[in-house]
Design a protein around this ligand. Structure first.
Ligand SMILES: Nc1ncnc2c1ncn2[C@@H]1O[C@H](COP(=O)(O)OP(=O)(O)OP(=O)(O)O)[C@@H](O)[C@H]1O
Ligand SMILES: [Mg+2]
Length: 379
């Protein structure tokens, strides 16, 4: 194979800079290695240029609003540096940042990442590759994401790993061992993973049991797999992290728009300095209210660990929190124009329409109790 060392150019990044961590909390001299893949236009050799273009396209796009948690960065870095051969399991409730933390890790470090997605009837070719119908009746072989990552010495991530029927995960045994592996379906070709090959998997459960009872399709996995895993639990971010990510998410909306909407919506919010109404509420207080709603909903939900029979089957994930906040302000005109609350309309769109009736009611009550507005806005 083509020598990739001129393409996968190793560079050292400051952990603080690259992940936006606070230099007072994390030593700025700590570094981590990633790549700077040259611009294909600068490469004279067409083969090199083609590899550079291809590998650049496999780097996940950067999410500038992403907030890294220093504990997670520390744990992922530890695995990255020492855990070659161990599989990283990122597990936790829906929309908590499992897939995105590793994608953004790779995005910021300029690392191409290959991805597969688990489901019950997962077939080996989805990870390893297959012969596909080509031109003129040919059937060329196309590598799958795990094979590609092993050949190039790069990471791959298998999302929703616990959805794969347990007896279908056996094909991963050699891969997870870090050994050379035969490619299923390619008559005996063996791939020897190149240095730098790593496997991360994500799951809602710890692969052993589903305490929330919310992930009916998750499967209990073989002990032999568990022996090869480093597990990192990813719960919802703390208030400080979610506050920061909401500040960034809402930067696009001006203060004028925010105060206009707070007045029209008739928001009444309990703040640290007492009850405030409408435009008297600051941006920071509004964001604190959003985080408070998320906290209340999570406390009542199965995903948040509530085990009572009345626990909600849906929750306010970080994913939905971001969309709910942004969409609320994007619909700032609805209270004035339609007499409807933007907070509630947006919640319906992203969460409560896809919930049972009892959960729907509880979700809207959480919004009403924090922001003091019902679905209809009083003229
Ligand atoms: N730390 C964070 N900073 C900014 N946004 C975040 C953060 N964590 C999660 N998000 C938002 O939540 C979305 C969902 O995150 P992600 O895809 O990582 O969830 P997940 O834990 O893999 O969920 P699932 O179990 O549904 O696969 C991201 O696209 C991002 O918008
Ligand atoms: Mg995911």
């Amino acid at each position: 194979m083509f020598d990739l060392s001129s393409i996968l150019v190793v560079v050292s990044y400051s952990l603080c800079d690259v992940f936006g961590l606070d230099p007072n909390e994390v030593d700025p001299s700590i570094t981590v290695e990633g790549f700077a893949i040259p611009d294909p236009a600068t490469l004279a050799d067409p083969t090199a240029a083609a590899y550079a273009a291809y590998l650049r396209s496999a780097i996940p796009p950067i999410d500038l609003n992403y907030q890294f948690r220093k504990e997670l960065v520390r744990d992922i870095r530890y695995w990255w540096l020492t855990g070659e051969g161990d599989v990283l399991l990122l597990w936790g409730p829906t929309g908590s940042g499992k897939t995105s933390v590793f994608e953004q890790w790779c995005a910021r470090l300029g690392i191409p990442l290959f991805m597969a997605k688990g489901h019950r009837r997962f077939e080996p070719h989805e990870a390893f590759g297959q012969f596909v119908g080509g031109e003129n009746g040919t059937t060329p072989w196309v590598d799958g994401p795990v094979t590609l990552a092993a050949r190039y010495g790069l990471p791959c991530i298998i999302n929703e790993y616990d959805r794969i029927a347990a007896d279908r995960t056996i094909v991963f045994n050699d891969v997870f061992e870090g050994r050379s592996f035969p490619i299923p379906g390619k008559s005996g070709e063996v791939v020897t993973p190149q240095p730098g090959f790593r496997v991360a998997i994500t799951a809602n459960t710890n692969l052993v049991e589903d305490l929330s009872g919310n992930y009916g399709t998750a499967n209990t996995h073989d002990i032999s797999i568990l022996e090869r895993i480093v597990a990192l639990h990813i719960g919802y971010p703390d208030d400080e992290t979610e506050t920061k990510l909401l500040e960034k998410e809402l930067e696009q909306f001006s203060d004028d728009l925010l105060t206009y909407w707070l007045d029209q919506e008739g928001v009444k919010l309990s703040t640290q300095t007492g009850i405030k109404e409408g435009s008297a509420i600051s941006r920071g207080e509004f964001i604190a209210g959003l985080v408070e709603v998320a906290r209340r909903i999570r406390a009542q939900s199965k995903d948040g660990g509530n085990t009572s029979d009345a626990a909600l089957e849906r929750t306010m994930s970080t994913r939905i929190l971001r969309k709910w906040a942004r969409n609320t302000l994007a619909m700032a005109g609805t209270p004035e124009k339609l007499g409807l609350s933007a907070l509630h309309l947006s919640l319906k769109k992203y969460l409560s329409s896809l919930a049972t009736e009892s959960t729907r009611i509880a979700l809207h009550q959480a919004v009403e109790s924090v922001f003091g507005v019902g679905e209809r806005v009083n003229p």
